[in-house]
Design a protein around this ligand. Structure first.
Ligand SMILES: Cc1cc2nc3c(=O)[nH]c(=O)nc-3n(C[C@H](O)[C@H](O)[C@H](O)COP(=O)(O)OP(=O)(O)OC[C@H]3O[C@@H](n4cnc5c(N)ncnc54)[C@H](O)[C@@H]3O)c2cc1C
Length: 493
């Protein structure tokens, strides 16, 4: 008889795990609390403007290709490499456009930012090398099974320790190579890709920038939502069933084994349960009877966000697909988020405009602006007041830099804040990536992809190992597949 699997949640981590376990011949059902599949990677349309509601930066597309190729039908995933990785705007009027790839990035660092050519090359090479030596150990491998670690090229990762910047922060690491504040700010921004603070997160996380700075980012045909659409199709082609509008209420365990879940008032038995939900929600709401990993669950949370989805009645040729409007004082901004748990009066503003690539995402002559500001997780702040103030500050900043009244161009508006993010996805305090990576031991304080307390219970998604971002959630699914193959050997093909 086929082994039965229940996946809780249909984010990219849940979808990728469902595909992998279905390909192993298991009977997989995905329960999703929302009325749509895809978790944070989903799309909504307001008055003719289509918005990707969550992620906008897409790297490592081969990880999606790999999953689609597991399909039993002829599915394909289309995407294009973007010619530029981002446009950057500073308060003093400086504007930068970084072309994709190492040489394009170098040109901007050296010609526009007046950095030393040798140091700039050294930095880009260093993050590339560090990325390749850390990836097989920290991203592709369970840190919690010795057998995996020993096969993971850990020797190379250990030999390279002196080059990682373990004893400094990301900010300190950037300053070793660059002398200008604008360059350091640009490189420090990559700490936000896993919801952390560049003035606390270790220098080794500078590897996050490698993909964008040395390679560039990609854009799926049809927008980011095409990622979860194709994963859903792939899963369905392998027989995976989806049950939406169905919030799992609890996970049952007995005698050190998982037994199934309670959902819609019914007990659904399963040999294997994979939680793609936030690990805090999983322990606090779904597993109240299981001993909690207190140290892991007690870590500082990663940032959340306030997002304004604006339909803009004008085309801005000076903007690209990814645009960053920097604050004057980056350190104060991160202090506001992580120490004071509030929003800075001068926030860095990120704008994603998919209609630059997909014109039908906005009415003719208009653009769909996804305007995001990093925010603290919910701690009981007065969010309506903070969001109203932020909206004014963002509009003032954009209007100053773009030299036009942006408010008058907003045709339609929807707003997400930490409370709404928490309510929609069950992420603690609206955190986007679970625990923050604001310490050098953070990787070891992420929950493993399994628990020794209940055989058959696994975890996949950005709140557990290996961490935040779509590529990492996809790697987490690979780790779960490997663990299941070892723990349930007869099911392996
Ligand atoms: C505004 C924003 C911008 C982002 N930008 C980027 C970016 O540019 N690039 C990037 O790589 N990442 C980005 N991220 C992070 C990104 O969303 C994640 O990398 C990825 O989509 C998360 O996937 P996941 O599988 O961990 O979980 P999620 O997408 O959170 O999915 C978890 C699913 O579980 C469901 N669920 C929860 N509890 C239950 C329950 N009890 N029963 C049933 N279902 C349940 C939820 O409804 C949800 O669908 C961004 C996130 C946000 C919010």
């Amino acid at each position: 008889m086929k082994q039965t699997v229940i996946v809780i949640g249909s984010g990219v981590g849940g979808l990728a795990t469902a595909i992998r376990l279905a390909k192993m011949g298991m009977k997989v059902t995905v329960y999703e609390k929302n009325c749509f599949v895809g978790g944070k990677v989903h799309s909504r349309t307001f008055s003719g403007y289509r918005f990707d509601m969550g992620p906008s930066v897409f790297t490592e597309p081969h990880l999606i290709d790999e999953l689609v190729q597991l399909s039993d039908s002829e599915l394909s995933f289309s995407y294009q490499g973007l010619p530029e990785s981002g446009r950057y705007f500073y308060e003093d009027g400086t504007r930068l456009i970084i072309p994709s790839g190492t040489e394009g990035t170098l040109k901007v660092l050296v010609e526009d930012l007046k950095e030393d050519d040798y140091n700039a090359r050294k930095y880009l090479l260093r993050i590339e090398k560090n990325y390749h030596s850390l990836y097989p150990v920290f991203i592709e491998t369970s840190l919690h099974r010795w057998s995996h670690l020993l096969k993971s090229n850990i020797g190379k990762a250990i030999r390279n320790i002196p080059s990682y910047g373990l004893l400094t922060t990301m900010n300190g690491f950037s300053k070793r190579f660059f002398k200008h504040a604008k360059t350091v700010q640009l490189l420090n921004r990559f700490a936000t890709y896993n919801g952390s603070d560049p003035y606390q997160t270790p220098g080794l996380l500078s590897i996050i920038g490698h993909l964008e700075l040395n390679i560039g980012s990609f854009f799926p045909e049809g927008g980011m939502v095409s990622i979860t659409k194709i994963l859903e199709e792939t899963a369905r082609s392998l027989g995976v069933e989806f049950v939406v509008d169905s919030e799992v209420q609890s996970i049952e365990t007995d005698n050190g084994r998982v037994k199934g879940v309670w959902v819609n008032g019914v007990f659904e038995p399963a040999d294997i349960v994979v939680s793609n939900a936030d690990v805090h929600h999983t322990y606090e709401r779904l597993l109240p009877h299981l001993e909690r990993p207190k140290k892991i669950l007690g870590q500082e949370m990663s940032s959340s966000a306030v997002v304004f989805y604006w339909g803009i009645e004008r085309i801005f040729p000076e903007l690209g697909v990814h645009n960053v409007f920097f604050s004057k004082d980056y350190q104060t901004e991160f202090q506001a988020i992580f120490k004071d748990k509030t929003l800075s009066d001068d926030p860095t503003v990120y704008i994603h405009i998919s209609s630059k690539v997909e014109p039908l995402d906005a009415p003719q002559g208009c653009e769909n602006w996804f305007v995001m500001v990093n925010a603290p997780v919910d701690n009981g702040q007065d969010w309506p007041m903070l969001v109203e103030k932020l909206r004014k500050n963002v509009l003032r900043k954009l209007s100053n830099i773009l030299k036009v009244s942006v408010e008058g161009l907003i045709q339609t508006e929807f707003i997400n804040d930490p409370i709404k993010l928490q309510q929609t996805y069950n992420g603690k305090g609206g955190s986007i990536y679970g625990n923050s990576s604001n310490s050098s031991a953070a990787a070891f304080y992420r929950h493993p992809n399994f628990t020794s307390k209940a055989k058959g219970l696994y975890f996949a998604g950005v709140t557990v190992h290996p961490g935040g971002g779509i590529p990492l959630a996809l790697n987490g699914a690979k780790i779960v597949e490997r663990l299941v193959k070892e723990d349930f050997p007869r099911e392996a093909p």
